[in-house]
Design a protein around this ligand. Structure first.
Ligand code: ATP
Ligand code: MG
Length: 576
């Protein structure tokens, strides 16, 4: 293509609405435009990146035995009522009615549709295993659509569903997908980590997320630099850190005034103690029932761990008046001593806390020298806090690291959750009816595009990995008023096209500086510059966007050399 004929509306200014780099650069370089919150148009360059990622995904899914289908976006409510998720999904689901007032939704995911399909088309063990996938728009009315393509309300997802005879088969399908996902993200040029994950609203019992490590990520990952332990911080195992505590001798319980001290920090500074000495008492409503949670003062609770422990679907902080009613004091002065008729769960560290400080359930007062077991009963303890950086790895003991990550994919072992709910069965060799054992596997295609930009950019713009770049090469004549330069540019452009290189010719009547700046902003992996030197010495400057490495090469035979070089890099760095 010639840039003079292309729709590449670049922007000089950083758009005010864009907080993260990928959002800024994809807008500025003319890849996407916003239509409404979380809803985007992909311009020609953006569309090309999407289809490159999709191509890699298709190759890997097909090689793993996947078969592509196209499932409907509009889904009837009945199927969701069968699985029990019509109510559960809540406000994130876009719901609509047809002219006969029948309820439908725009698919946020497709377990129901695909289970209904397999239920009616599969009846024998001979038809299993089966891996079906599609690449399609998904619709989720996210509470906070933001960061451009990273969290949209309409986004592109690849979703594959596996159907097996038994758990053994599911494990195999899962392992295949795990490998295919690792290939996909490596081939897209991403630095990622597969981490153990919660199963959330999708359900099931075993899951991994594929995380691209980047500061713009909304998730946090704890991982070991020495072994392969890595988990979403929501579920990363946290052991009690109680070094040296056991030596302290329990002292006499003491009631002390703490006027105006509501937070851990205020109490700590008023009493001149470390936050590690404080028992933080939190109150939650879990599926409508009040529970209390105790945590060391400097720790963060993992809501996911608490929800898993309680087995609840809904969890939110209790209202201040509910807390006051049960504890007899406002939040900030509540504590475990004398708490009655409420379930109390302590984090694993709480039993190790000696001579701690806790709210006295009396406004303006705290207790000092509080010891679990002596001053209050602690019947339930569980791993409820978030692991911190520097804590020992639960597998090998090396200090853990903690980083932000963008979840680009997630894989789940669903088991029989959907096949039971919806009656998807097959007949085994003995003639017995069995539930089909399922797995589901998603990749955020549009999110992967943004994640690639988060990891691959510099101050001048995007640095596309060669495998997913919208075009591989840009040919830039320094002056297109120079007939000789243009003639060489045209013939090089022609030869590159003939050789099968994805190339654009910047044939606009612009200053060379403007063209260079735009080429860097857009992020073409290779730039070929034709200038005075080309005419005088017969060489063309070849510059790699990623390394900045620039070499002058004779222009005779250049197209073939470029093609070879591209093939090599694609094979060595981004190949299977
Ligand atoms: P998140 O935790 O980020 O909300 P999720 O766990 O709800 O994502 P899944 O249901 O596992 O997402 O969907 C599979 C993949 O689809 C995710 O790994 C992610 O890459 C992508 N995805 C999910 N929600 C969005 C969104 N709102 N915008 C863009 N991509 C998304
Ligand atoms: Mg997920």
């Amino acid at each position: 293509m010639r840039t003079s004929q292309m729709l590449i509306p670049t922007l000089k200014e950083i758009p005010a609405e864009a907080e993260v780099v990928s959002h800024q650069l994809l807008l500025r370089a003319g890849f996407i435009r916003k239509v409404a919150a979380g809803i985007y148009t992909f311009l020609p360059l953006g569309q090309r990146v999407i289809s490159k990622i999709e191509k890699i995904v298709r190759e890997e899914m097909d090689l793993a035995g996947g078969q592509e289908v196209i499932l409907p976006i509009i889904q009837p409510a009945e199927l969701w009522q069968e699985s029990g998720r019509w109510e559960v999904y809540g406000e994130e689901m876009f719901r609509l009615r047809d002219r006969h007032h029948r309820p439908f939704c725009l698919g946020p995911t497709h377990e129901e549709i695909i289970t209904a399909l397999v239920r009616s088309e599969v009846s024998s063990y001979k038809q299993l295993p089966l891996l079906l996938y599609q690449i399609q728009n998904k619709y989720r009315d996210e509470p906070r659509p933001r960061f451009g393509l990273l969290r949209g309300r309409e986004f592109i997802m690849k979703d594959l569903y596996s159907f097996d005879r038994d758990e053994e088969g599911l494990k195999e399908s899962y392992a295949k997908m795990y490998r295919a996902y690792s290939n996909v993200f490596r081939r897209c040029g991403l630095r990622f980590r597969a981490v153990e994950a919660d199963t959330g609203a999708i359900g099931g019992n075993y899951s991994h997320e594929f995380m691209v490590l980047a500061d713009a990520g909304e998730a946090e990952v704890a991982f070991c630099p020495a072994c392969d332990y890595a988990a979403n911080i929501e579920i990363a195992l946290a052991r009690p850190q109680n070094k040296g505590r056991q030596e302290e001798i329990p002292a006499k319980l003491e009631l002390v005034p703490t006027p105006g001290c509501q937070t851990v920090e205020e109490v700590a500074s008023y009493l001149q103690i470390e936050p590690t000495k404080i028992i933080k008492t939190l109150f939650f409503k879990a599926d409508g029932r009040l529970v209390s949670v105790l945590l060391r003062g400097d720790r963060e609770l993992s809501h996911v761990k608490l929800m898993r422990y309680l087995g609840c679907r809904d969890l939110h902080l209790a209202a201040p008046d509910e807390v006051k009613e049960i504890a007899g004091a406002p939040t900030g002065y509540v504590g475990p001593l004398g708490l009655k008729s409420i379930r109390v769960i302590g984090d694993l560290e709480v039993p190790y806390m000696v001579n701690a400080v806790a709210g006295a359930n009396r406004e303006g007062y705290h207790y000092m020298n509080v010891n679990a077991g002596r001053d209050f009963e602690l019947a339930e303890v569980a791993d409820l806090r978030q692991a911190e950086a520097g804590e020992p790895c639960p597998r090998c003991g090396v200090p853990l690291e903690r980083k932000r990550g963008i979840e680009v994919g997630q894989i789940f072992q669903l088991g029989t959750k959907y096949s039971r709910a919806m009656g998807a069965t097959y007949t085994d060799p003995q003639g017995q009816e069995q539930y089909i054992v399922m797995g589901c596997y998603g990749i955020g295609i549009s999110r992967t595009m943004a994640a690639a930009v988060e990891q691959n950019h510099d101050a001048s713009g995007i640095i596309w990995p060669l495998s997913i770049a919208p075009y591989q090469v840009v040919v830039v004549p320094v002056s297109n008023r120079d007939g000789e330069q243009m003639a060489i540019a045209e013939s090089l452009y022609y030869e590159l096209q003939q050789a099968g290189v994805e190339v654009v010719l910047d044939d606009r009547d612009e200053r060379a500086g403007v063209k260079f700046v735009e080429a860097d902003l857009i992020g073409y992996p290779l730039r070929l510059t034709i200038g005075k030197k080309t005419i005088q010495e017969g060489t063309i400057d070849l510059k790699w966007r990623e390394s900045g490495r620039e070499i002058a090469l004779p222009w005779e035979g250049l197209a073939r050399r470029v093609k070879e070089e591209i093939e090599n890099v694609l094979k060595e760095r981004y190949g299977r």
